[in-house]
Design a protein around this ligand. Structure first.
Ligand SMILES: *[C@@H]1O[C@H](CO)[C@@H](O)[C@H](O)[C@H]1NC(C)=O
Ligand SMILES: *[C@@H]1O[C@H](CO)[C@@H](O)[C@H](O)[C@H]1NC(C)=O
Length: 368
């Protein structure tokens, strides 16, 4: 980024532009009608992130209203989604310092609109997870970006959708202070990333759920309290969990982790890594010491296992039970819909146990 283009890059770029120019205007779908953008909105939004590959063919299309493509552009996915009346949207991300200048901002927006048009897409999901100080140049530029992006998309692609990803609660993430009300009011809706809630709230030296029930709901109550209409909020649930290595594991399921004070916090971040739901079910649960346990306070499942080197692990995740509880809140609070990071965390293999688990995860999104 930022370096001058070499002549080789310039040639590659020219070749790419030529290909795009030659390619424009050719609808890749068998039925050309499927290249038309989706213009009707459904009352309940089911917002899905796709990270690439071909497993999208086995998603539960009866529910999906929007697919945000965070993998490579796949024309086949676009045609298929449109045949189901579902939108396909771009991923939008750029270093904020590059869009502080209004002309540069407009240029980037125009580029996104042109890209979406060329690929017959229905909007953009803006995923900017950068540090911003309140009332800084970037703070104002970001609000303006969302407003201008929405205006441009709505004008150029009628019925298109512009959304923005926000953290699980406003002002709960270190140095990520945005004008959330300004952003939510100007775009179609925000996708609330109700996960990774421990990494930011790490203070108790006790492991917890990726998205504890109460804390997750409190995030929405906060967004509504600062003036955001519930119909502008889509709940994002995790289809992955965290695997933590414990220094010790007590009988009452306390997994102790290293206590190294870090920047004033009493504990250091525990050693943990993300695991998709399919791996938890296929590899971790069968090795667990006592099957899936349930934490009543956080309303979340977890499992414990011992690795081949003798260390105990505690794995926190979300399953149909914990997700159904959150989906019920979506309905009760009148939110716009639900979605997940990300759809490819489930198994789409022929294995019948996996098929049942995958179907149950999709089913859990439906508010009962
Ligand atoms: C947030 O953005 C809106 C719309 O641009 C603006 O009216 C409002 O004053 C901003 N609020 C803050 C706190 O910056
Ligand atoms: C969760 O919230 C409810 C309602 O506000 C409260 O009654 C309950 O004690 C809370 N539970 C925990 C574990 O914080």
């Amino acid at each position: 980024m930022g370096r001058l283009l070499g002549s080789r890059d310039t040639h590659l770029l020219a070749a790419l532009l030529l290909r795009l120019w030659l390619g424009s205007g050719t609808c890749p779908c068998e039925n050309p009608v499927l290249c038309n953008p989706i213009s009707e909105s459904r009352e309940f939004e089911v917002f899905v992130f796709d990270v690439g590959g071909k497993t999208w063919k086995l998603y539960d299309w009866s529910q999906i209203t929007t697919v945000a493509t965070f993998g490579k552009y796949d024309p086949e996915l676009m045609c298929y989604a449109h045949s189901k009346g579902s939108r396909v949207v771009l991923k939008g991300d750029i270093p904020l310092k590059k869009i502080v200048n209004p002309a540069a901002r407009t240029a980037w927006i125009n580029h996104q609109v042109a890209l979406a048009k060329r690929q017959y897409m229905d909007g953009i999901n803006i995923d900017i997870e950068q540090q911003v100080k309140k009332y800084s140049a970037k703070y104002y530029a970001l609000t303006a970006l969302v407003e201008e992006m929405t205006e441009a998309f709505h004008k150029e692609i009628p019925g298109s959708q512009v959304t923005f990803d926000v953290p699980w609660c406003p002002e709960c993430i270190y140095k990520r202070v945005y004008n959330y009300t300004g952003i939510a009011n100007s775009c179609d809706f925000v996708f609330v990333m109700s996960y990774d809630e421990q990494s930011q709230m790490w203070s108790r030296c006790i492991l917890g759920a990726n998205a504890p029930y109460n804390q997750t709901l409190a995030g929405y109550d906060n967004y509504i309290r600062i003036g955001i209409n519930p119909k502008k909020l889509v709940m994002g649930v995790p289809w992955y969990g965290y695997d933590y290595t414990c220094r010790g594991l007590s009988k009452d399921h306390v997994c102790s982790v290293a206590k190294i004070p870090f920047r004033g916090a009493p504990c250091s971040d525990p050693v943990g890594h993300q695991v998709p739901y399919k791996a938890i079910m296929k590899q971790i649960v069968p090795r667990s010491l006592s099957g899936i346990l349930w934490d009543k306070e956080q309303k979340a499942p977890y499992v414990e296992y011992k690795d081949p080197w003798g260390a105990f692990h505690q794995v926190w995740f979300d399953d149909p039970r914990s997700i159904s509880l959150k989906a019920a809140y979506v309905k009760k609070r009148g939110l716009r819909g639900i979605g997940m990071w990300h759809a490819d965390c489930l198994s789409y293999s022929g294995d019948s146990a996996a098929q049942g688990q995958t179907a149950a995860m999709w089913e859990a999104l439906k508010p009962k």
